[in-house]
Design a protein around this ligand. Structure first.
Ligand code: AMP
Length: 297
């Protein structure tokens, strides 16, 4: 069963409500089904909310591991941010609860699984598929940035595919609410912007850079600044050592868009609303953001 806007479970908890007044979810509210995957801090299960029959994914995190890895604050931030984001290309976080050992996140179920597995299977995506995904991510990021949220960790591993084939940004572990420019170094090396590598102030335009890296990886199957040693990846990013392989064949319009996103000077990066008007996006992206033919690249 798919969740629609009418059938989403009621949020019993909200981060603004003081703990004593919250009507909390408990594990008894759910029938737990098959495991969907395993993350760093626990497991994810398919689950059905008993009263409404709604299908969700429940992420179970062990508190002791969160504490040992000093991940508690990051999780709090992730919950705070993700529970307030409502966009078709952002995975919903419906609520959370905990017992003395575990924390449980109630998430929208992304029926078609992980994007990076699709990319591994296909090696690289067609321009139509890549453009559809890039446009839907641009729309989701415009929405986030409008709420002063920068994601800072856009990469294939953080993207899931919904029941219709639509992309869902799934992990807000590194995201921040920002009204100021930030200096923290975070995220995965291959996708880091020059200013994050240099730990200088950064703003929402770091997400434009990561989206450019992602677009390249969709089309070529490898990330643009990949190198054996971390120090070489950093050097290549700082020099914007961007090369376009001859194979697979990629249109010059796609290369033009990537080059406009991967500008060292963050002010020069193509703004996301302009990206949506780029000829490559106009010609290739499915307007509804849905790419159905998953096995066809
Ligand atoms: P994570 O702990 O977020 O890395 O999740 C571990 C794995 O569980 C992911 O790689 C996915 O395969 C799966 N998974 C996580 N969340 C969901 C979801 N909302 N819907 C479907 N599968 C999920």
């Amino acid at each position: 069963m798919e969740i629609t806007s009418e059938t989403q479970p009621q949020e019993k908890v909200s981060s603004e409500v003081p703990a004593a007044e919250k009507q909390r979810w408990t594990l008894n509210d759910f029938d737990i089904g098959k495991p969907l995957g395993r993350g760093k801090f626990g497991h994810v299960y398919l689950a059905r909310e008993k009263k409404s029959n709604h299908i969700v994914a429940i992420k179970v995190l062990f508190k002791i591991q969160l504490r040992q890895s000093q991940f508690e604050n990051q999780l709090r931030r992730e919950i705070e941010i993700q529970s307030h984001l409502h966009h078709p290309n952002i995975l919903r976080l419906y609520g959370y609860f905990y017992d003395h050992k575990r924390a449980y996140l109630i998430l929208e179920y992304a029926a078609k699984g992980e994007l990076y597995k699709e990319l591994q299977k296909c090696k690289f995506f067609s321009e139509k598929r890549a453009a559809t995904y890039v446009a839907s991510l641009a729309r989701a990021l415009i929405y986030c940035h409008g709420k002063h949220v920068i994601h800072r960790d856009i990469k294939p591993e953080n993207l899931l595919i919904g029941p219709q084939g639509e992309l869902k940004i799934a992990d807000f572990g590194w995201s921040v609410h920002t009204f100021n420019r930030r200096r923290t170094m975070c995220g995965t090396l291959d996708y880091l912007s020059p200013e994050m590598i240099e730990s200088i102030e950064h703003d929402a335009s770091v997400d434009i850079w990561s989206l450019g890296v992602l677009c390249y990886e969709f089309l070529y199957g490898v990330s643009p600044f990949e190198a054996k040693e971390h120090s070489d990846t950093c050097r290549r990013i700082l020099q914007v050592d961007l090369k376009f392989p001859t194979k697979p064949i990629v249109s010059s319009a796609a290369k033009d868009l990537i080059s406009q996103m991967l500008m060292k000077d963050s002010c020069q990066r193509l703004p996301l609303h302009k990206l949506l008007e780029h000829p490559w996006i106009i010609q290739n992206a499915e307007p509804c953001g849905i790419y159905k033919d998953l096995c066809k690249g």
